[in-house]
Design a binder for this molecule. Structure first.
Ligand SMILES: NC(=O)c1ccc[n+]([C@@H]2O[C@H](COP(=O)([O-])OP(=O)(O)OC[C@H]3O[C@@H](n4cnc5c(N)ncnc54)[C@H](O)[C@@H]3O)[C@@H](O)[C@H]2O)c1
Length: 284
């Protein structure tokens, strides 16, 4: 199936990044948000990132303008999706909110349209089940910052059709990404492997095994990780790490995913990492 018209829902960190790569790859894309301010902010970020690419001579001024010309913005979701081939949902990580949007998409998008979610941890099978087209629902998990990171984790729900999986793999390649197909289980592959490592690093701080700097240096210098797990946790957001660990813990009912009490305490204290300036490191 050919994908021509795309819609991205959410103009935040991920939504504006996904819109950027789609438009730069030649797709016409409508970015939808409930908030006009969020759309303006998202467009501002896309503009700034494209301008930086021009100044580094990675793209021309002309190609920047062509990319911007392929993007429209909208606040009316039902209208925006009525001729879409692919919708990528990137609203806040909240099941009730995503469920409502998927029901709405099912009612308003054409029958053949693929409904993808950029969720980090919500079950694709569960999102598919609230629609009448579970076969056309799939995870398209991009990584932050989207224009830079190569991976798209393509997540198949229990009922996702082969042709939909294949179309999303092809689409991801057209976006210059490297798609990796995985099946839908809590945390997919990325967070199922990453979060226990981050949690264990936090347990090492909690038990006084090492300082955050020393723990990160062990992983950087000994395991060739570009960034230590605690620095990465601050970057992702400690609240987001805790939410994902809880998804793993509840999803598998296995104590090996139990969030470290120090992580819980830091989130309770509002020390959420880079976004608040305080986490395992102080950035503000
Ligand atoms: N930030 C990351 O590093 C990252 C990485 C991978 C995946 N994700 C996932 O991507 C999704 C989005 O995360 P984010 O960091 O971009 O969030 P964000 O908070 O930056 O942006 C969310 C946007 O969704 C908009 N929104 C809320 N309700 C809406 C609705 N009903 N219709 C349209 N827009 C609506 C908000 O106004 C906001 O602009 C989440 O599911 C998250 O788990 C995030």
């Amino acid at each position: 199936m050919e994908i021509i018209k795309t819609v991205v829902i959410g103009a935040g960190t991920m939504g504006n990044g996904i819109t950027h790569v789609m438009a730069q790859s030649g797709f016409s894309v409508t970015m939808v948000d409930v908030s006009r301010e969020a759309l303006d902010r998202g467009m501002g970020i896309i503009n700034k990132n494209l301008a930086r690419m021009v100044s580094k001579e990675k793209i021309t001024e002309n190609s920047k303008n062509e990319t911007l010309g392929r993007i429209t913005t909208a606040t009316d979701l039902d209208e925006a999706v009525k001729d879409a081939d692919l919708v990528v949902e990137a609203v806040n990580e909240n099941f009730e909110l995503k469920e409502k949007i998927f029901r709405q998409l099912d009612l308003n998008a054409p029958a053949g349209c693929i409904l993808a979610s950029n969720t980090s941890s919500i079950s694709i099978t569960k999102l598919g089940a609230v629609t009448g087209r579970a076969g056309r629902v799939i995870g398209m998990h991009f990584f932050n910052p989207v224009p830079v990171m190569k991976l798209v984790e393509v997540v198949r729900g229990l009922d996702t059709l082969d042709e939909v999986n294949d179309a999303v793999v092809e689409m991801s390649k057209k976006l210059g990404k490297e798609p990796v197909p995985v099946n839908d289980y809590p945390g997919f592959v990325s967070n199922r492997v990453l979060m226990p490592m981050i949690n264990e690093a936090i347990f090492c701080v909690h038990e006084g095994v090492g300082t955050p700097e020393n723990i990160d240096n062990v992983m950087k210098l000994g395991m060739a990780h570009p960034m230590g797990p605690l620095r990465l946790a601050d970057f992702i957001g400690l609240d987001v790490c805790l939410d994902i660990l809880n998804v793993l813990y509840e999803g598998f009912r296995d104590p090996k995913y139990r969030p470290c009490p120090l992580l819980v305490k830091m989130v309770d204290a509002g020390k959420l990492g880079d976004k608040t300036g305080q986490g395992f490191y102080t950035t503000a």
